[in-house]
Design a protein around this ligand. Structure first.
Ligand code: ADP
Ligand code: MG
Length: 235
């Protein structure tokens, strides 16, 4: 394993067991994400995309297999360890933005830093918030509330919030799902720009047009991963 290795998954499985049946959501998934990669994972409804993203983002644990983030084994962390590690290492961007309506743009972005185990000074927080607002070209909207912004602007704020803690990886779930095509294209252009500037990105989408914008396209089918030689095989 090299230091370039951001994410390494080996033979990851996820089984959901209910009284009625066992569902094998993921079967032997291997995934290797290196520094600076931009990967898209697409596949039909029910193929396991959300299950995989939950495990990648330390929201859930695998039933089997090994998972390393920057060389650290995170396959079997306790709930508390996972929460702390998630705050430091993972940046999430969701389809529904998930901003807090009562808080200003500034406070939404500052929030992850205020939950740090080792508290940051207000001056350091301000520096990080303003730097990341600049990256998404929203420095002129610090005092606005989310509902005073367009959908595209809200997603840019959500991206700044995801980036503010300098995460190992940005996990992006259907980032354009709630946007019209103009704003969707703008958000996708921003992700490409952030990747050019060094961000490591893993995006889940069912939209092949947007999946295509990633440098590497993976396809998930029935809980198993397949790298595509050509996109037309996916549809
Ligand atoms: N909490 C759960 N309990 C039982 N089955 C689940 C649960 N979550 C997902 N599944 C099942 O696992 C499979 C994969 O689901 P999911 O990861 O949500 O797929 P996708 O996001 O690609 O639509 C589906 O068959 C789904 O019904
Ligand atoms: Mg899903």
């Amino acid at each position: 394993m090299t230091t370039q290795n951001k994410i390494l998954m080996r033979d990851i499985s996820k089984v959901f067991i209910t009284e009625q049946m066992e569902t094998h959501a993921l079967r032997g998934v291997n995934l290797n994400i290196n520094d600076g990669d931009y990967i898209s994972i697409s596949g039909p409804s029910g193929c396991g995309k959300s299950s995989l993203l939950s495990i990648l983002g330390l929201l859930d644990t695998p039933s089997g297999g090994e998972y390393f983030i920057e060389g650290k084994d995170v396959s079997n962390l306790s709930v508390n360890e996972r929460a702390g590690y998630r705050n430091e290492k993972i940046g999430f961007v969701f389809q529904a933005f998930n901003l807090i309506d009562e808080l200003s743009v500034y406070d939404n972005i500052a929030l992850p830093l205020r939950y740090r185990e080792n508290p940051m000074s207000d001056a350091d927080i301000k520096l990080q918030v303003m730097q990341n607002l600049e990256k998404v070209q929203m420095s002129h909207r610090t005092g606005h509330k989310p509902n005073q912004l367009s959908g595209g602007q809200q997603q840019r704020i959500a991206i700044a919030r995801a980036l503010v803690g300098s995460p190992a990886i940005l996990l992006v779930d259907e980032p354009t799902g709630n946007l019209d095509s103009k704003n969707g294209d703008m958000v996708m252009d921003l992700l490409a720009q952030l990747n050019d500037d060094g961000a490591t990105i893993c995006m889940v989408t069912h939209d092949p047009r947007y999946g295509d914008m990633a440098k590497q396209q993976l396809h998930l089918l029935d809980g198993q991963m397949a790298e595509l030689m050509a996109m037309q095989e996916a549809v």
